[in-house]
Design a protein around this ligand. Structure first.
Ligand SMILES: *[C@@H]1O[C@H](CO)[C@@H](O)[C@H](O)[C@H]1NC(C)=O
Ligand SMILES: *[C@@H]1O[C@H](CO)[C@@H](O)[C@H](O)[C@H]1NC(C)=O
Ligand SMILES: *[C@@H]1O[C@H](CO)[C@@H](O)[C@H](O)[C@H]1NC(C)=O
Ligand SMILES: *[C@@H]1O[C@H](CO)[C@@H](O)[C@H](O)[C@H]1NC(C)=O
Ligand SMILES: *[C@@H]1O[C@H](CO)[C@@H](O)[C@H](O)[C@H]1NC(C)=O
Ligand SMILES: *[C@@H]1O[C@H](CO)[C@@H](O)[C@H](O)[C@H]1NC(C)=O
Ligand SMILES: *[C@@H]1O[C@H](CO)[C@@H](O)[C@H](O)[C@H]1NC(C)=O
Ligand SMILES: *[C@@H]1O[C@H](CO)[C@@H](O)[C@H](O)[C@H]1NC(C)=O
Ligand SMILES: *[C@@H]1O[C@H](CO)[C@@H](O)[C@H](O)[C@H]1NC(C)=O
Ligand SMILES: *[C@@H]1O[C@H](CO)[C@@H](O)[C@H](O)[C@H]1NC(C)=O
Ligand SMILES: *[C@@H]1O[C@H](CO)[C@@H](O)[C@H](O)[C@H]1NC(C)=O
Ligand SMILES: CC(=O)N[C@H]1CO[C@H](CO)[C@@H](O)[C@@H]1O
Length: 840
C-alpha cells in the first residue's frame, strides 16, 4: 500500500493543500498503528519496556524511542512530538524526554527510519535510567521517574492545586494541568539545552549545553538572563562570559509609552523568548511585557528549535522535510568565530580559524600542543604552574593577542597590573587595555580558555596580553654570597671555606644533573621529559596501570620501550637518583632491565625494556583454553621467577625485597621468558629514613601474614611467590577482585583438598596436561605450600626453591601443610587501617 505521505510535495502551496487533505482523514484510517494520545489521565504508570509501552520504534542509527504521549503530525509534514523514553546506541540507558520524531509504521518502507529523533527536553540528563525504570503520574499529581530498582530519579515536585491530567501540547510543551485545566507544571519552564518556538528563558534560569552530541550530561556552556542583560558563560571558577547583550531599560520604558516607576522596575522579571522570526527580550511587570530588544531570526517554514551546543554556539535549526538544517547562529560574538572560549582549546590562539600555541621571547618550548594532529584541542604548559615556586613565575608577552571577553574592574598602570597577576597564584594570564599614556584597565584571568589574534586597527583599542609561565629555579649559590656581607671577619673565613665546599658540591651536582652515569657502561641513560613525551607519542598508548603509576608504550629509534610515570613521589632528587643507581646496577636475565630515567622538578619516569607478551596475569587467568600456556611453559616461568627473586634476595650487593610479587608484575618476552618488574620501587616510594615500612604495600591476595605484626623482610616475597605458583598451576586467582568477605579463597580450598588427599582438584580440570604431569604438579604444589608457611622462618630461601625446581633438592617435608590464608588482615577490626597502595 502506498500512502500519500510518501510523496514529496513540490511547492509549499501544494503542501498546505495536502495538509488540509490529510488532516481531514481520520487517523485510524490513514495509519495502521495506534499512536498514544497526547493526553493522559490519572493515575498512570509506565514501565520502560516494550511490553508496557507498545509504541516503540528503532531508527537506522540504533536510537530507540518508547513513546507514552504523541502529538501527531502526518508523516511528511514535519516531525511529530513524542514524550517517553529514548536511548541512543548501544541503548543500555534511557532518558525520559520530549523529542521530535518521525512517525509511522517501521515495517512500512515509506517510514523514514533514517530521520533520527531529536531530544528537546530531558527530565534526567544527569542520571539516565535502565530498562524497566518507571514513570508514574501519581494521585497527588506529580510526575515521578524511578530507576528499575525503585530509587527516585526525578520528580516534578509540583505543589498547589491537585493535578488531573498530562498533555503534550502542539508546541512540544509537556503540561500537567488541574481540574480547571490550568497549567500547574510545564516542561517549558525547565529548559535543558533547547528552546522551542514559544518557549522563554526566564531571569535566573539557564539553558545549558550538553557535554557532547553523544553525552546528555550538562556541558560547560550556559545561556542566562540576568537583571541587566542576556549572557552566555563558560563555566569556570568564576564563570567567564563570552557573549553579552545588555538591556537599556530606560529606553525600553520610553519606547513602550507606559508609566512605570523605578520601584516597579525593581519588582519586574526579565525573560527572553524564542518567537517566530525573532529572539526577543522582555521585561514583565504587573503581567505586562515591555520589549527590551529583538534579535531577528529566519521565519519558520516548518518546525524549528534553538539549541546551545557543546561548542558554545546557540543555533537555530529548521526541518527541511528530510533533516534538520542549521539556519542561524544566534549569538554574534565579536569580532568573529574565534571569539568562542573553546574554539582552540586552553591556551590555543585562534587566527582566522587556525589554532596555534603561544610562543614568545622567553623560550620557544614553554607550550606544547596536546595533540599534534588536532591543534584545536589546545595547548599545555611545558612546566605546570606551581604555587610553591611562585617566585619563578614569569609573564610571557603575547603580541597581537586578545581574549574573548573582559570583565575589567580595575584602572591602574601596566606595571601594577602585571605585578598583581604575579603576586596572585590563581592568576594565569593578564590583559591590560591602554586608555591613555599611563593608565588603563586591568583584567586578571584565573583560567585561560582560547585566545585570539587581532589587529588593533580593527578592534579599535590597544591591548597588552601576558600568560603566566613557570621557570625553574637556577642551580646557584647566590644566597650564601648575599649573607657573607653581613657577617664579621672571623666568621667570614669559615663562610669562605663553606662556600668553597658549596661551590664544589654545586659543580659536582651540576655534572650529576647533566647525567650522573654518563659514559658508565650498562648504567641507565638520563632522558628529558620532552624526549620521553615524544618517544611515547605524548603518552598516548597505555600499557597498564601499575601500583606506582601508569605505564606507556614508547619507541626510541627502533627499540620499543615501556615508560613508567611514578606518582606520589615523596622524595627529593638525590634519593631518587640513589635508587635509580641501585636499580640500574642490577642486571639479571629474569629481571626487567631499566634502560633510563627522567628526573626533573615535576616528573619522575623510569624507562624499561619492552616485553611483548605483557604480564603473566593475562595468560594464566584466561577463561578460554585457546592460547593458554602449556605445563612446560608454566614450569619454566615458575623457575624463572624463582631465579629472579633469588638474585634480588641473595646475590645482589644490596639485598632487595620486592614486596609486590604478583602475576601482574611478572612480564613475558616474545619467547615467554619471565622477568620480574617493579623491583626496588617499594623502597623508593615509601620507606622513610628509619627504613620502616610506613604503609602496608602490596596487593590483596598476595600479602604475607607478618604484614600485620612484625618486621617485613624478603620472606614476604616468598609467601607471595607461593601464591603466584598456586595461581599458575590452578589458573585461578587466589582472591577474585569482587569476592565477598569470607568466601573461600584458593589457599583455603587447597587446605581442604589436602585434608581429603585430592590436591590436584585445584588444577583446572579441563587441562589435558594433568594426566601427563600430575606428579610434577603435586610436587610444585608441595613447594608452594612450603613457601606459604605462616611462620616466615619456616619458609625456604629462594635459592632453595630454585634447587627444588631444578631437581637438586627435595621439598622439606613439612609436618603439616600449615599454609595460611591471610585475607583477615583486611578485617575492619584490624588496628592498622591498612591502605594497600597497589591493590587492584
Ligand atoms: C530519509 O531521510 C534521509 C536523511 O535523513 C534522506 O537522505 C532520505 O532521502 C529520506 N528518505 C525518504 C524516503 O524521505
Ligand atoms: C523487565 O520486567 C519484565 C517484567 O517484570 C521482565 O520480564 C524483564 O526481564 C525485565 N527486564 C529487565 C532487563 O530486567
Ligand atoms: C524534588 O524533591 C526532591 C526531594 O525533596 C529533591 O531531591 C529533588 O531535587 C527535587 N527535584 C526537583 C526537580 O526540584
Ligand atoms: C558525560 O560527560 C560527563 C561530564 O563531562 C562525564 O563525567 C561522563 O563520564 C560522560 N559520560 C559518558 C558516557 O561519556
Ligand atoms: C539607553 O538608550 C538611550 C537612548 O537610546 C541612550 O541615550 C542611553 O545612553 C542608553 N543607556 C544605556 C545604559 O546604554
Ligand atoms: C506617571 O506617573 C506619575 C506618578 O507616578 C505621574 O506624576 C505622571 O503624571 C504620570 N505620567 C503619565 C504620562 O501618565
Ligand atoms: C512587588 O511584587 C509583590 C508580589 O509580586 C507585591 O506584593 C508588591 O506590592 C510589589 N511591589 C511593587 C513596588 O510593585
Ligand atoms: C496592574 O494592572 C492592573 C490592570 O492592568 C491595574 O489595574 C493595576 O493598577 C496595575 N498595578 C500597578 C501596580 O501598576
Ligand atoms: C575584580 O573582580 C575580581 C573577580 O570578580 C575580584 O576578585 C576583584 O576583587 C575585583 N577587583 C576590584 C578592584 O574590584
Ligand atoms: C589617564 O586617565 C586617568 C583616568 O582614566 C586619569 O586619572 C589620568 O590623569 C590620565 N593620565 C593622563 C596622562 O592623561
Ligand atoms: C602585530 O600586528 C601588527 C599590525 O597590526 C604588525 O605590524 C606586527 O608585526 C604584529 N606583531 C606580531 C609579533 O605579529
Ligand atoms: C509500533 C511498534 O513498533 N510497536 C512494536 C513494539 O514492540 C513490540 C514487541 O517487540 C512489537 O510487537 C510492536 O510491533
Amino acid at each position: 500500500m502506498s500512502s500519500p505521505r510518501t510523496q514529496k510535495p513540490a511547492m509549499p502551496g501544494v503542501q498546505s493543500l495536502l495538509l488540509l487533505f490529510m488532516l481531514s482523514i481520520p487517523s485510524s484510517q490513514a495509519w495502521s498503528i495506534d499512536y498514544p494520545s497526547p493526553i493522559a489521565n490519572l493515575p498512570s504508570l509506565w514501565t520502560n519496556n516494550e511490553a508496557t509501552i507498545p509504541y516503540n520504534t528503532t531508527y537506522t542509527d540504533g536510537s530507540t524511542i518508547r513513546a507514552i504521549l504523541v502529538r501527531q503530525k502526518p508523516a511528511g509534514f514535519g516531525p511529530s512530538f513524542g514524550c517517553g523514553f529514548i536511548c541512543t546506541t548501544p541503548c543500555n540507558v534511557f532518558l525520559f524526554a520530549v523529542f521530535f520524531m518521525s512517525i509511522g509504521d517501521p515495517s512500512n518502507p515509506a517510514f523514514n527510519a533514517t530521520a533520527t529523533p531529536r531530544v528537546v527536553w530531558t527530565a534526567n540528563r544527569y542520571r539516565p535510567v535502565k530498562e524497566n525504570a518507571s514513570v508514574q503520574f501519581t494521585k497527588d499529581g506529580n510526575l515521578i521517574l524511578r530507576e528499575f530498582d525503585g530509587s527516585l530519579v526525578w520528580s516534578t515536585n509540583s505543589t498547589g492545586s491537585p493535578i488531573v491530567g498530562m498533555n503534550l501540547a502542539e508546541t512540544g510543551n509537556l503540561i500537567l494541568f488541574d481540574v480547571m485545566g490550568k497549567t500547574v507544571w510545564e516542561s517549558f519552564a525547565h529548559p535543558t539545552d533547547t528552546l522551542l518556538v514559544g518557549q522563554s528563558l526566564w531571569q535566573g534560569k539557564r539553558l545549558s549545553s550538553t557535554s557532547s552530541v553523544a553525552n546528555s550530561t550538562q556541558g560547560q556552556f550556559y545561556l542566562t538572563v540576568l537583571d541587566n542583560g542576556l549572557y552566555a558563560f563558560i563555566d569556570a571558577d568564576p564563570p567567564q562570559f563570552y557573549y553579552q547583550k545588555t538591556f537599556n531599560i530606560t529606553d525600553a520604558i520610553v519606547q513602550s509609552k507606559t508609566n512605570i516607576s523605578s520601584d516597579q522596575v525593581k519588582n519586574s522579571t526579565a525573560h527572553i523568548s524564542f518567537l517566530q522570526g525573532s529572539f526577543s527580550a522582555f521585561l514583565r511587570f504587573n503581567s505586562t511585557d515591555i520589549n527590551l530588544f529583538d534579535i531577528s531570526l529566519p521565519l519558520p517554514s516548518s518546525a524549528q528549535f534553538m539549541s546551545l551546543e557543546d561548542d558554545g554556539h546557540l543555533r537555530v535549526y529548521g526541518w527541511d522535510g528530510i533533516s534538520w538544517e542549521a539556519l542561524a547562529d544566534v549569538l554574534h560574538v565579536y569580532p568573529d568565530e574565534c571569539a568562542y572560549p573553546t574554539v582552540c582549546g586552553e591556551y590555543g590562539i585562534c587566527s582566522q580559524g587556525q589554532c596555534s600555541c603561544p610562543s614568545g621571547n622567553i623560550g620557544d618550548d614553554l607550550f606544547h600542543q596536546l595533540d599534534d594532529r588536532q591543534p584545536n584541542l589546545g595547548c599545555s604548559l611545558e612546566t605546570p604552574l606551581s604555587c610553591d615556586l611562585i617566585q619563578y613565575h614569569k609573564l610571557m608577552a603575547l603580541p597581537n593577542v586578545t581574549y574573548f571577553n573582559f570583565a575589567y574592574n580595575w584602572t591602574t598602570d601596566e606595571g601594577s597590573c602585571k605585578e598583581a597577576c604575579l603576586k596572585t597564584c590563581s592568576c594565569k594570564a593578564v590583559f591590560f587595555r591602554h586608555q591613555n599614556v599611563s593608565n588603563g584597565s586591568c583584567f586578571l584571568v584565573p583560567k585561560v580558555f582560547s585566545l585570539m589574534n587581532y589587529q588593533s586597527e580593527v578592534v579599535g583599542y590597544n591591548l597588552s596580553a601576558y600568560v603566566k609561565v613557570q621557570m625553574l629555579p637556577p642551580p646557584s649559590s647566590k644566597k650564601i654570597n648575599a649573607t657573607a656581607y653581613h657577617i664579621g671577619v672571623p666568621v667570614l673565613v669559615a663562610v669562605v671555606c663553606l662556600l668553597i665546599l658549596m661551590i664544589r658540591r654545586t659543580i659536582v651536582k651540576r655534572m650529576e644533573e647533566d647525567d650522573p652515569f654518563k659514559g658508565v657502561a650498562g648504567m641507565p641513560t638520563r632522558f628529558s621529559y620532552k624526549q620521553l613525551r615524544e618517544a611515547t607519542n605524548n603518552f598516548s598508548k597505555k600499557l597498564g596501570q601499575g601500583g606506582f603509576g601508569p605505564v606507556y608504550e614508547g619507541k626510541l629509534g627502533n627499540v620499543k620501550i615501556a615508560v613508567k610515570c611514578l606518582r606520589d613521589m615523596g622524595h627529593g632528587k638525590e634519593e631518587f637518583m640513589a635508587e635509580v643507581i641501585t636499580i640500574g646496577s642490577i642486571h639479571h636475565i629474569n629481571l626487567v632491565r631499566l634502560i633510563g630515567y627522567c628526573s626533573d622538578k615535576f616528573h619522575r619516569l623510569l624507562v624499561y625494556e619492552h616485553m611483548s607478551n605483557g604480564s603473566l596475569d593475562k595468560w594464566i587467568f584466561r577463561k578460554n583454553q585457546s592460547g593458554s600456556l602449556s605445563w612446560a611453559t608454566r614450569y619454566k616461568i615458575i623457575l624463572e621467577i624463582a631465579k629472579g627473586l633469588a638474585y634480588l634476595h641473595e646475590e645482589c650487593r644490596q639485598k632487595i625485597a620486592h614486596l609486590d610479587i604478583k602475576p601482574g608484575n611478572i612480564l613475558l618476552d616474545d619467547n615467554f621468558n619471565a622477568k620480574i618488574s617493579d623491583f626496588g620501587l617499594a623502597k623508593l616510594i615509601d620507606r622513610d629514613q628509619s627504613h620502616v615500612m610506613t604503609k602496608i604495600r602490596g596487593t590483596r591476595g598476595y600479602l604475607a601474614p607478618e604484614w600485620l605484626s612484625s618486621t617485613i623482610t624478603e620472606k614476604a616475597d616468598i609467601y607471595s611467590f607461593g601464591v603466584v605458583v598456586l595461581e599458575i598451576v590452578s589458573g585461578r586467582k587466589n582472591l577474585e577482585n569482587n569476592q565477598p568477605e569470607g568466601s573461600t579463597n584458593l589457599i583455603n580450598t587447597l587446605q581442604e583438598k589436602i585434608k581429603t588427599g585430592q590436591v590436584l582438584d585445584i588444577v583446572d580440570n579441563q587441562d589435558e596436561d594433568i594426566q601427563l604431569h600430575g606428579s610434577d604438579m603435586t610436587e610444585v604444589i608441595k613447594l608452594a605450600v612450603w613457601c606459604l608457611q605462616r611462620d616466615c622462618g619456616k619458609r625456604p630461601a629462594m635459592s632453595q626453591v630454585v634447587k627444588v625446581l631444578e631437581g637438586n633438592m627435595e621439598t622439606e617435608s613439612t609436618s603439616s601443610y600449615d599454609a595460611t590464608a591471610r585475607d583477615d588482615i583486611f578485617d575492619a577490626s584490624s588496628p592498622l587501617s591498612p591502605v594497600p597502595v597497589s591493590a587492584r
